[in-house]
Design a binder for this molecule. Structure first.
Ligand code: SF4
Length: 384
């Protein structure tokens, strides 16, 4: 998978950025004071393949329990969110590999103390305990001063993105100014479009800083996975993103499914299986096919996707995107951004060029018709 050249940030035994494989994270949903259940949960998430596991800490008692959980599962890498109490870092840092703070929460306590001092306190403490930091900005809880400053700065549908990105940039600068570089940044929202816009903008401004991707309150599978997948496809396909979390509403015993969903999204992107059509920046021919799901009505779709790939190799120098989708429910919409789109029905395959539908063809004829359209497109582009 193509990756931006970010700096390497070590958190326990994993490295985020610096060309390392994308790290999948998840969070224990149990109450930390229920130590046995939390140990089981952390172990389950770790064994599912999570490089980092977040545990909730809201009180002094939780801190004690965190220590016990860590001792029981030393092989896992731990993260804690400081929530509204930045001073909590002194208690949790000895037990974890990474702490997360939300810039929008540093204003609640000790209002007269400059934010820079609070950030320096977190960084010094994290550094002393060999911890990394995540600057975790949420579109819904951005620093109010930033919200006010950038009100009206965004186009409709992307409200709040500028404030979110500027807040992340400001905190990155604060950490840089004190010489602390062992940090990653996240900018999350429940709307995948805002996640895409915010992360792209930040990556352009600070390409060296590793990014943690996530869509908040994504909901239950399969919708929650689809929403997250769309954001990750658009970012990871362009090399943006070094660690991911898929946040799903799941029964506690099934929390491992967050990790599984993250891993399968990464595998699909690597293999060119996309649910949405990413904006390809590399040039050349791009063949994408959907990851397939229970909506596929004819398994011949899988073979067709492979045949399209083989048949079109002769066009590999041309900047053309062909999308092959498995069903009639999402196929028509999901192919809109491709130059040529195919979507499958039980006995025929629909074909379109851009948004124009060309017709439906039997499985054994559609490839020939696709070639005609592809040749015409190449000839058009050459003459343009
Ligand atoms: S295009 Fe259809 S078959 Fe493919 S993943 Fe989406 S819903 Fe499933």
């Amino acid at each position: 998978m193509k990756r931006a050249e970010t700096r390497a940030v070590k958190a326990g035994s994993v490295t985020i950025g610096g060309g390392a494989p994308v790290v999948v994270q998840s969070m224990a949903a149990t109450k930390t004071q229920n130590v046995e259940a939390t140990i089981d949960q952390v172990r389950m998430i770790h064994e599912a393949g999570a490089g980092l596991v977040r545990v909730a800490v809201d009180s002094r008692k939780d801190v004690e329990c965190l220590g016990q959980v860590r001792e029981a599962v030393p092989e896992a890498n731990f993260v804690v969110d400081l929530q509204e109490s930045y001073r909590l870092v002194t208690q949790v840092a000895p037990h974890v590999d990474k702490v997360r703070y939300n810039p929008g929460h540093l204003y609640h306590h000790e209002k007269d103390k400059p934010v820079q001092e609070k950030v320096a306190f977190i960084a010094e403490t994290a550094g002393a305990h060999d911890c990394a930091i995540r600057v975790g900005v949420n579109c819904g809880s951005v620093d109010p001063a930033m919200d006010e400053k950038f009100e009206g700065a965004d186009e409709p549908g992307l409200e709040g993105v500028t404030a979110m990105v500027e807040s992340a940039l400001e905190h990155a600068q604060m950490l840089d100014d004190i010489g602390f570089t062992r940090y990653v940044v996240s900018m999350k929202d429940s709307d995948p479009r805002k996640v895409i816009a915010g992360n792209k903008r930040f990556a352009e401004a600070r390409p060296e800083i590793p990014l943690h991707l996530g869509v908040t309150e994504a909901g239950m599978p399969p919708e929650g996975v689809i929403k997250t997948r769309i954001a990750f496809e658009q970012l990871l396909s362009q090399g943006v993103g070094d660690t991911i979390r898929v946040s799903l509403t799941l029964p506690f015993a099934e929390k491992w499914r967050e990790v599984e969903a993250g891993k399968s999204i990464l595998d699909d992107i690597e293999a060119g299986r996309f649910r949405s059509v990413p904006e390809f920046l590399d040039g050349g021919l791009n063949i994408i096919s959907c990851p397939s799901c229970s909506r596929v009505e004819n398994e011949a779709f899988i073979e067709l996707a492979q045949d399209v790939k083989e048949m079109t190799t002769y066009a590999k120098e041309h900047d053309i995107t062909i999308a092959v989708m498995g069903c009639r429910v999402n196929g028509p919409g999901e192919t809109d951004d491709a130059d040529l789109g195919l979507w499958c029905a039980p006995t025929f395959v629909n074909l379109k060029r851009g948004e124009e539908e060309l017709g439906a063809y039997p499985y054994d004829e559609v490839l020939g018709r696709l070639k005609v359209e592809l040749d015409a497109l190449i000839a058009e582009k050459a003459g343009a």
